[in-house]
Design a protein around this ligand. Structure first.
Ligand code: NAD
Ligand code: 89V
Length: 338
């Protein structure tokens, strides 16, 4: 399969490394409005076709899929363009600025008969996959409570300065991953209640969010995120889990330690591997980039929809919107309202 990538910024470097290591895939074209970033990535990954305008790249063609690694504001026009050009599409999270745009993008890919996957990679982290395997195979009985927690004081703003500038921050950027993990364990939610707070005075959006979800299957979860939490050792970018089931409790603690207490007890180090191009502490995320991109390729080859397809991601995005609405109006929001 031949691919093209749009957006040669901070995170796309991980995507380009991962593509290079996936058998049967070659990135043949790159696009970025910024000439310097474009030239640097082209040189680093030895890619000769470069474009500053995505329309010209699609017009020239010669590839089967496009990987959109730009920030959210450009996703709608680029996904539309890609669908019209008959491409399979991966689009970075947050998929869209609002649900309406997301629905338009899902419909565009459906009309084109092409696969659309959102790069929602946190559920693909190997420690999360190890915990999912225990829960989904019945290892804790019927799960009835979960806590999905991401609390850190890591400086994300130096690598991603735009995160300090938006009126929305932690739910839209990070909580979106944590909410998606909650969905991966417990399925869709029918109701959410959220509070938000900004602690860091140097940013515009909220850097703390606490969310309570009622899942359709009957489980309750707490999804809590913070970039205003000092920890020793710093746990960025680990998502910690506590899941109670009718027969056992599972915990994924700091340092990637998985414990099951109760039926079939288990203590296991589920640390992610350090890929040759990866670097700590990002290795947990970097490995999941390779896994999700492999999943995309496998889905196309086997004709299956990706787990985090555009259509699936509408539900994660709806939780993000509902959380902001809940925090603004100080009330529980039913997902059916959106
Ligand atoms: P960035 O600003 O460093 O890079 C984005 C690049 O896209 C820039 O070089 C910009 O010039 C280019 N660009 C923007 N619009 C364009 C257009 N229309 N045509 C061509 N080029 C265009 O941003 P980043 O930090 O790399 O983040 C990109 C996306 O990745 C964001 O949506 C972010 O939320 C997401 N992200 C995901 C993860 C993850 O784990 N899934 C981690 C970090 C960032
Ligand atoms: O994963 C992400 O989407 C990143 C970060 C971990 C920094 O929040 O933006």
């Amino acid at each position: 399969m031949k691919g093209a990538l749009i957006g040669c910024g901070f995170f796309a470097q991980n995507q380009l490394h991962a593509w290079r290591d996936i058998d049967g895939v070659e990135i043949v074209a790159l696009c970025d409005q910024d000439a310097g970033r474009l030239a640097q990535s082209a040189a680093d990954f030895d890619i000769s076709r470069t474009y500053q305008n995505a329309a010209y790249m699609f017009a020239a063609g010669g590839f089967d899929f496009v990987d959109i690694a730009t920030t959210v504001g450009s996703h709608l026009p680029l996904v539309r363009m890609a669908a019209e050009a008959g491409m399979h599409i991966i689009c970075q999270k947050p998929f869209a600025e609002n649900l309406e745009d997301a629905r338009v993008m899902v419909a565009a890919a459906e009309d084109a008969g092409k696969v659309l996957m959102v790069h929602e990679n946190f559920r693909w982290q190997s420690p999360i996959q190890a915990a999912l395997e225990v829960v989904k195979s019945g290892g804790i009985g019927d799960p009835f409570f979960g806590r999905f927690s991401f609390r850190s004081g890591y400086d994300v703003f130096s690598g991603q300065p735009y995160l300090a500038e938006g009126t929305r921050f932690i739910i839209e950027d990070l909580g979106i991953h944590t909410l998606d993990i909650a969905r991966a364990f417990f399925g869709d939610a029918s109701q959410i209640t959220a509070t938000t707070k900004r602690v860091n005075p140097a940013i515009k959006g909220e850097d703390v969010a606490t969310m309570l979800l009622a899942h359709e299957g009957g489980a309750t979860s707490v999804v809590d995120c913070s970039y205003a939490t000092r920890r020793t050792p710093e746990t960025f970018p680990q998502t910690l889990l506590e899941i109670d089931g009718t027969e056992a409790t599972l915990r994924l603690d700091a340092g990637y330690q998985l414990t099951v207490t109760g039926k079939a007890p288990l203590t296991k180090d589920v640390s992610p591997p350090l890929l040759p191009w990866a670097e700590k502490p990002w290795h947990n995320i970097q490995e999941s980039v390779q896994t999700i991109q492999q999943h995309f390729v496998d889905c196309i080859a086997q004709g299956h929809p990706p787990q985090t397809s555009g259509a699936d991601n509408l539900k994660t995005l709806a939780l993000v919107e509902a959380a902001y609405l809940s925090a603004a109006e100080q009330r529980a929001v039913r997902l059916s309202e959106l």
